[in-house]
Design a protein around this ligand. Sequence first.
Ligand code: GLT
Ligand code: MN
Ligand code: MN
Length: 391
Amino acid sequence: MEDPYRPKPADKFTFGLWTVGNIGRDPFGDPVRPVLNPEHLVRKLGELGAWGVNLHDNDLVPFDATSQERDRIVASFKQAVADAGMVVPMATTNLFTHPIFRDGAFTASDAAVRAFALQKTMRAIDLGAELGASTYVFWGGREGSETDAYRDPRDAMKHFREAINFLCGYVQEQGYEMGFALEPKPNEPRGDIYLPTVGHMLHFITTLDHPLMVGVNPEFAHETMAGLNFVHGVAQALDAGKLYHIDLNDQVMGRYDQDFRFGSENPKRAFLLVKLLEDAGYDGPRHFDAHAYRTEDEEGVWAFARGCMRSYLIFKEKVRRFREDSEIQALLNDLSQQDEAYQGPRATGTYSRDVAHALKQHSFDSDALGSRGRRYEELDQLIMELLLGAR
Ligand code: GLT
Ligand code: MN
Ligand code: MN
C-alpha cells in the first residue's frame, strides 16, 4: 500500500539551505556535522519529496566571493535545483553573521553600516530574482539592542522603515514579481529585537510607503519564545491578508530559539495550526525553519527533515478526520445552534441607529446566559483522543 504520509511537491514543503545544512554549532560547542554542499542538500530534499529550497545569499555565495565566483556558483546551483525538480520560492539576506552587523543592519546607528546593508540586500534580491523567488524574507536578527543607552528606539523604527521603503522601490523599478515578508522575533541574538511579534510587525507594515507589497513571515518558535499563542498570531496575519510566508518548527516556551522538528513539542498546537492553515486555504509554501538536534549525524538530519513533512501530513489527515468525525461534528453543531439561537438585535458590520435603539431596550436573560457551559472539555478531549490515536 502506498504510504499516505509520503510528501509530494504539491504539498509545497520547503526547507532553507541553512536548516538541513545546520552543522550543530552553538554558543558552547563546535560543529558536530560537516558542511554539506548546497547541491547535495537540494538533491536529497528532492528525493525526500520536498517542493522547494530557500536560501540566504551567503548560504550559497560566500561573503567575500568575486563576481566571477558568484556567477559560477549560482549557475551550477540553478542547474542542481532544476535537476532535482525543485524550485526556490523564497530568498533572504544574511544581515547577522559578519561583525559589521554587531549593532544592527538597517537599524544600525552607523550610517555606513546601514548603507552597506542596503547594498548587500539589493544584490541578494537580484540573486533571489535570478533563482525565481517570489517572496523575500527579512529577519532582523541583529536589529535590536542590549542597552538603549545610546540609540533612541524611535530612530530604529525610522531607519527600518526607510530601508524597507527603499527596497520596495528597488524591486518595483527592477520589475521583479516579489513580495516582502517581515519575520518577527522577540530576542536572540540581540538582548531585545525591535518589532518582536507578529502584532508589532502588522502595525509597522501599515506605516510603509508600499504596504501592499509587504506581509509577515511568522515563526512558531519565535511567538512561542515570547509566551504567545502562535495560532492566534497566524490568524491575525491571515485576517489582515498578510500571511505571505510561514516558518514551521517547534519550541518550548521561555527557552532559547530551539527550532525543533515541527510537531515535536506541542502537537496539539501544531494540529490546530495545520487546521487553521488548511481551513483558511493558505496556499503558500510550508517552510520548515528548523534543524536536527545537535546529537545527530547526517542520517539524523534526513530523519529530521522527513519527520517535519510527515508530521504535517499526519496533522492534515487528523484535520480531515476531525471534519468527518460524527461525534465531533454533532458537538460542534449543537454548540453553534445554541450560539445562533439568539433572535434579538445584533451588531452587523455597520452602525445603525435603529439597531442601537432596539439593542438598548432589549431584555436579556442574563442568568440563563451566564449558566450555560461551553462543553470545551468534551471537545478538547475528543481532539486529544483523535491525536493520540484512540479514535
Ligand atoms: C535564522 C533565523 C530564522 C530566520 C532565517 C532567515 S535565518 O536561522 O533563526 O528564524 O527565518 O533569515
Ligand atoms: Mn525563521
Ligand atoms: Mn527560529
